[in-house]
Design a binder for this molecule. Structure first.
Ligand code: ADP
Ligand code: MG
Length: 367
């Protein structure tokens, strides 16, 4: 656990708008909340307004209209105590020449923490980010990953109530990025601090965040718990951004023992979960969870397995895999199969196949 003595605070924004003198970008956010002690990801393509919203919520910029609340109290960039209760980590670590200690100490000196107390705070922060004993290293000779850890330590050392994080891993190579994403997620959970985490990368958002707000053109298009957002998109834009097909709407027709049936057109789909009969739900299956077999293939029926007749609409090559868009009744479904599997089955557009996926692979939420 972190050594934070103060309780984390929620951050929320209501009716926030922001326009700039140049350009036609307009941020318009009726409501957004980062719950206390949790990580909210602002996820969206470049230019969607993530940094603009982060800066408003983080009191680094003023909205044209609307308000920001910290722990329920209205705050502005003029509230010094509120500003000092937040700390930020950016894409570039902005480390200055000198020791790691001097870099991490910076926020403590700004906040007037007595020198005698700084050493222990610095060692603790470095240990929490996995850099115990790095105090005397030269900040400009660190690797990219170490530099971002120092940047995180520099923010954590002031024991902020809110941590603002803007694409901290975006300039790292993919392998290091994946490792550091998991490490950052673990560190942030252990700290128990309220985090607003900006990223354009959905995999990163899904790993670090408890809730996600997806942004497009200055607006929030979806906002909810990560497990509900993951792979479940109501509209075409969000679906294509997440690389899934839009979710299908259905009605629960039967429910027992942690498994329920959803009727969608002529099809009935088994889903793992608890939902009462007659509930309207949205369901979706990630392409990598769908297996294609030959139409008419003899497979024993299992209640926990879905087997649907489908027509191939489109085949697209994605590196080593083939993404297959399928028509199932009036709905679309996508499957991701290896090139070898695609060749084996002789997949081509217009062909009939059967799509198979486990009841546990179906993502769902109430419509
Ligand atoms: P993101 O972080 O999602 O990439 P930003 O919030 O940085 O997006 O920017 C959203 C839009 O606002 C972009 O089109 C950007 O060019 C514009 N923008 C951001 N800051 C300013 C500014 N200070 N002046 C003019 N335009 C800006
Ligand atoms: Mg940005």
């Amino acid at each position: 656990m972190g050594t934070s003595v103060s309780e984390p605070l929620s951050v929320s924004g209501t009716n926030l708008t922001r326009r700039f003198k140049k350009g036609d970008f307009a941020l318009d956010v009726p409501f957004i909340e980062a719950p206390a002690g949790r990580t909210l990801a602002l996820l969206g393509p470049s230019g969607s307004g993530k940094t603009t919203l982060l800066q408003l919520l983080g009191l680094l910029d003023r909205p044209d209209a609307g308000e920001v609340r910290l722990g329920g109290e209205r705050v502005t960039p003029a509230d010094r105590a509120a500003v000092l209760s937040m700390a930020a980590v950016f894409q570039r670590p902005y480390l200055f020449k000198g020791s790691v200690r001097a870099n991490v100490e910076y926020g403590l000196s700004i906040r007037g923490v007595p020198r005698a107390r700084r050493g222990a705070a610095i060692s603790s922060a470095l240990a929490r980010v996995g850099l115990a004993g790095y105090e005397d290293r030269s900040a400009l000779q660190l690797s990219g990953g170490e530099a971002q850890r120092v940047s995180l330590a520099r923010a954590l050392v002031v024991e902020p109530q809110v941590l603002l994080v803007d694409e901290p891993l975006a300039s790292l190579d993919p392998l290091l990025k994946r490792k550091l994403t998991h490490d950052f997620a673990t560190i942030l959970r252990a700290e128990g601090v309220t985090v607003i985490y900006v990223t354009h990368d959905q995999d990163e958002a899904l790993v670090v965040a408890d809730s996600v707000a997806i942004m497009n053109r200055g607006r929030i298009v979806v906002h909810g718990p990560t497990e509900e957002i993951a792979g479940l998109a109501e509209d075409e834009w969000t679906a294509s951004f997440l690389g899934v097909e839009p979710a299908a709407k259905g009605i629960v027709t039967a429910s027992s023992g942690g498994l329920f049936q959803v009727s969608i057109g002529d099809a009935s789909i088994a889903v793992v979960g608890e939902a009462p009969v007659d509930t309207a739900v949205l369901i979706s299956v990630r392409p990598e969870d769908v297996i294609l077999v030959e139409s008419g293939a003899g497979l024993p029926p299992l209640s926990a397995r879905n087997l649907l007749e489908a027509t191939i609409l489109e085949l697209e090559l994605y590196g080593a895999t083939v993404r297959v868009t399928l028509q199932v009744g009036h709905e679309r479904l996508a499957a991701s199969v290896s090139r070898a599997a695609s060749a084996d089955l002789g997949l081509q557009t217009g062909m009939q196949v059967r799509a198979m996926f486990k009841a546990s692979a179906v993502r769902w939420r109430r419509a």
